[in-house]
Ligand binder design. Structure first.
Ligand code: SAM
Length: 244
C-alpha cells in the first residue's frame, strides 16, 4: 500500500530486526536511508533487493518533495543506520511534510538505544527526558545541562567514547553528583553496563575511553547516592551521642 513506512532497524544485533520490518524492506518501492553502504548490509540480511535513496533532513528540499510525491502511489520506507528513525536520526521533516500533505504514515516499531539503556540502568523509569547528544562546546553544554538541572526526571544522553569522561564530569558539575549508568555496545558481543555516581564513572573512563556506542543514563536529583557503610556508621554514632 502506498505511503510512508517508518522502519526501526537493529542497534547492533541483526537478529533484532522484526519480521514485519523485514517484510516492509522486501516490499517497499523505495527505501530512504542515511548511508547506503550501512543499509545495504541490513537489506541483504532481510533478503531485500529494493532500491535505496539517500535521505537527510538537511537534504535539498527537492529530495524530500520528490519522496512525498512518490508516497501517493508508492510505498516509501524510511530506515536509519541503527535503531529507530527520527531518534537522533533523520526523518522528522519527512514525517512532518508527509503529514501535512495527507499521506498515509505507519511505523514498524523496534529497538532504540535510549529505551534499551534505560531498562538496563536500574534508575527510575517513570519519568525520563531524552537529551540526545550534548553539544561539544563547553559553554553550550553547560547551558543545556543548566536548563534541565532542576527537573525531577531521569535523563538519557547519547555519547561517544572519546568524549565520555569529560561529559560525565560536566554532568556532575551542572547536575550534581547523581547516580548514573553507562551502557555500551547494547545487543552486541561486548555489551556492558557500568553504574556509579557521575564522578566515579568519569574517573573510571578518564584514562581508558571505551570503544563503541554509548548511552548515559542519569538519575533524577535529590536521590542522594546510597551512603557507604562508614557514612552510615558515623551518622548512627552521631545520632546516638545526641540521645539523652
Ligand atoms: N536512532 C538510533 C536509536 O534509535 O537508538 C540512534 C542513532 S544515534 C545517531 C547513534 C547513537 O545511539 C550512538 O552514538 C549511541 O549513543 C547510541 N547507540 C546506538 N546503538 C547503540 C548500542 N548498540 N549500544 C549503545 N548505544 C548505542
Amino acid at each position: 500500500e502506498a505511503g510512508l513506512y517508518i522502519v526501526a532497524g537493529p542497534i547492533g544485533n541483526l537478529g533484532d530486526l522484526t519480521p514485519r520490518a523485514a517484510e516492509v524492506l522486501r516490499l517497499a518501492d523505495v527505501i530512504a536511508v542515511e548511508d547506503t553502504r550501512v543499509s545495504a548490509r541490513l537489506l541483504r540480511h532481510a533478503g531485500s533487493d529494493r532500491p535505496m535513496v539517500p535521505y537527510h533532513d538537511h537534504s535539498a528540499e527537492g529530495v524530500r518533495a520528490r519522496l512525498i510525491e512518490r508516497m501517493t502511489s508508492e510505498s516509501v520506507a524510511l530506515l536509519s543506520d541503527a535503531g529507530t528513525p527520527l531518534i537522533s536520526d533523520p526523518g522528522y521533516k519527512l514525517v512532518r511534510d508527509a503529514r501535512a500533505a495527507g499521506r498515509k504514515i505507519t511505523t514498524l516499531p523496534g529497538p532504540s538505544a535510549a529505551i534499551a539503556a534505560l531498562t538496563l540502568s536500574g534508575l527510575p523509569t517513570d519519568r525520563f527526558l531524552f537529551m540526545g547528544f550534548l553539544p561539544s562546546k563547553q559553554k553550550a553544554r553547560g547551558d543545556v545541562l543548566g536548563e534541565v538541572a532542576a527537573l525531577r526526571a531521569t535523563l538519557v544522553f547519547y555519547e561517544s567514547g572519546p568524549r565520555l569522561s569529560e561529559s560525565l564530569a560536566a554532568m556532575a558539575e551542572h547536575l550534581g553528583n547523581r547516580e548514573a549508568a553507562v551502557s555500551r555496545e547494547i545487543s552486541k558481543t561486548f555489551e556492558e553496563t557500568a553504574t556509579g555516581t557521575l564522578t566515579e564513572l568519569s574517573a573510571r573512563y578518564a584514562d581508558a575511553p571505551p570503544k563503541g556506542e554509548i548511552v548515559v543514563i542519569v538519575g533524577p536529583p535529590g536521590e542522594a547516592p546510597p551512603a557507604s557503610a562508614e557514612d552510615a556508621d558515623a551518622a548512627l554514632l552521631e545520632a546516638m551521642e545526641r540521645l539523652p
